[in-house]
Each structure stands twice: as C-alpha cells, then as structure tokens.
Write a protein that binds this ligand. Structure first.
Ligand code: 2NL
Length: 339
C-alpha cells in the first residue's frame, strides 16, 4: 500500500507537469482525489490493514493527498499567471502605429465659391432667398418685362412642362416672389439651379447655376449698384481688382450694363485667361425696370432698385482655372478633391 501511495504521488505529479490548461488539471484532480479517485480507492482498502499499520498508512495517505493538493494549487497559479501574461501580450496596443484614416467629405468647388459669394453679400447686409426650380411662365418671363416674342421664351431655348409651367431659366422669379411678398427695403441674393435647352460642350450645360441679386429702397441709384458690385469684385478676386461697366440691354433693367473685372491672373496686361484683353466679363446688371417694380406691387414713383445676375459655373471655372463645365457634374472625387 505504501508503494501504491508513492506511485499515485509520482504519477499524479508527472501528469501535472504535462498538464497545460485548468480543465486538464481538474481532470487530474478528479482522477486522483475525486470520489472514485485512485487515492480514495486506496483509503477504502484500509479496512484490511492491521491495527498497527492503519495509522501509519492513514498518515501517509493524508500526506500524499496534501502534497497532491499543494502541487495542483501551485500548477493552477502558474497556468493562471501564464494565461494572464498571454492576454496582456495579445491586448498590447502599439501607440506608434499609424491611426485609421477616416475618409471625410469634401465640398464641391461650386459650393466653395458660392459660400464665398454668399458671405461677401451677407457681409453687406443681404439675405439669401430661394424658390422653386419648376416655375410659372408668368414669374420667369411675363413679370420680368420680357416681350412676348423674346428669343429666350422659345421652345428651343427653354424646357417647358406645359404652356404655363417651365424650368426656370434664371433665378429672377425668386426675386419677383420676394418683391410681391414683402415690402422694401429689400436686399437679397438668390443662388440656385437654372435650366436652358443648350447643346452640351465645355462651357454649356442644360443645368447650370446662377446667383442673382436685388436691392430695392428709396433713392437707390446707379452709384449704389456700382459701389456694391465693385466691393463684391474686390472681395472675390482681390483688392487690386478694377471694375468696368459697359452699356448693355436686358428687358428687366434700364439702364443695363455688363461688368468686367481686371484680369486677376495677369493684373490687366493680357494673358490666356483674359484672351489678351486684360478684362474678364463677370456679370450683367442694371436699374430695375419700372414696369417690373409695378408688376411686383412696388411703386416706381417711391422706390427704385438695382439687380444683377452672374453665372456661378463660369465664375468658379475662372477662379479655380477649370476648363470644362462638365467636370462639375461628373462627380469624380479625383476632380472634386483638388480644390
Ligand atoms: C446675366 C444677367 C441679370 C437681372 C439679372 C433682375 C431680376 C429682377 C429684376 C430685374 Cl426680379 N433684374 N435680374 C438683372 C440684370 C442682369 O443677369 O448675365 N446673368 C447671368
């Protein structure tokens, strides 16, 4: 029996050496110390022993049990320690690794330039006005003093939904609505999409963007128009920018003009951008025609005002040196991200 006990001690310790997990150790404990375990079996056989042998073997058996328990405990501690180290190793964060780069959005070049234009006018006390892209012929043409036979009314130039409804060809109808729905003084710009039945090429798109402006008040003069648009040009293209007004014709303004700015690329000496002239055409403008004021419920004997309109696509192309309007609408991130 003594031998049997020593053997149990020896073989259990051997098994413990190769045991790698807590489960394996539990198996070993059950095998030797469990209810049906080897040591328990030995103790059951003690009844056959002599009176003298019984306490000796009993003592030895207890010692063996204690020793196995002690060894198991030690081994459990070692395994737990190793598992903890392995976990720490696995969970270590290398703070020198480069971070994940989140792809964030990018404003479209038209939005970049529009935001700049908006903030210039907001800085001069203007409000932003918006309105429908699907408009009535009345708001788009009739109210704006456009003669019944004006070429822009033509079916080949304008997208008609039916005889009374069309896709707006400019954002003036927004300003017509503001004049009808509010009282002077009025200071607004109206940016937005417009539509014309144009053949697509590098400078024409059937959908394009316009920014129009309108100022109505008492004693608003051509000097106010020139001063306002000169400040606008200097803020958008640089303080050394000069402006020049050339007479022009629009049915909705009288007198009317087109405004050129000195070339912001060459400073006016002549280059590819300004086609050698030193000047670049930027917008159309004029004093609001009395017929338009009257039609919109504003007394032309009391109030006067000026208006202007510019193509956002063209201005953005000039400012950012983009040579094809189609690039704006292709949504190629390689293009958009350059600005
Ligand atoms: C251009 C010229 C212009 C206006 C737009 C306007 C609007 C109302 C009354 C009077 Cl409600 N005028 N707008 C005036 C002059 C010129 O646009 O070349 N745009 C791209």
């Amino acid at each position: 029996m003594r031998e049997k006990l020593n053997e149990i001690l020896k073989s259990s310790k051997e098994e413990m050496v190769s045991g790698k997990s807590l489960q394996e150790l539990e198996q070993i404990r059950i095998k030797y110390l469990g209810k049906k375990g080897e040591l328990t079996q030995v103790l059951r056989g003690m009844g056959k022993l002599s009176k003298e042998e019984r306490p000796v073997i009993g003592k030895l058996a207890n010692e063996v049990r204690e020793e196995i328990e002690e060894a198991l405990k030690e081994k459990v501690t070692t395994i737990e320690e190793n598992e903890k180290l392995a976990r720490i190793e696995k969970e270590t964060i290398d703070v020198t690794m480069p971070g994940k780069v989140n792809k964030i959005g990018h404003r479209h070049p038209l939005t970049l330039v529009l935001d700049e234009i908006k903030s210039i006018f907001i800085g001069m006390g203007f409000k932003i006005a918006e309105g429908p892209e699907v408009e009535t012929v009345y708001h788009n043409f009739d109210a704006l003093n456009a003669p019944k036979d004006h070429p822009s009314r033509d079916l080949s130039d304008t997208f008609y939904i039916n005889e009374e409804i069309l896709l707006r060809t400019q954002t003036s109808p927004v300003q017509v609505r503001v004049m009808k729905n509010s009282k002077p003084p009025i200071r607004i710009i109206s940016p937005g999409r417009c539509y014309r039945s144009d053949e697509i090429d590098a400078t024409h798109s059937p959908m394009f963007h316009q920014v129009e402006g309108l100022v109505i008040g008492k004693d608003i003069s051509l000097a106010d128009l020139k001063g306002t648009l000169d400040v606008f040009a200097k803020r958008l293209f640089g303080t050394s920018t000069k402006t020049k007004f050339r007479p022009h014709y629009f049915p909705f303004t009288e007198p009317s003009a087109e405004m050129d700015v000195s070339c912001f690329k060459c400073g006016g000496s002549g280059c590819r951008m300004c086609k050698g002239s030193g000047w670049i055409e930027i917008l159309g403008c004029g004093m609001v025609h009395p017929n338009v004021l009257e039609e919109c419920g504003i007394d032309p004997e009391v109030y006067s005002g000026f208006a202007f309109g510019m193509g956002l696509d063209r201005i953005t192309m000039l400012k950012l040196e983009i040579d094809d309007i189609r690039l704006f609408f292709e949504n190629d991130m390689r293009f958009i991200e350059q600005f």
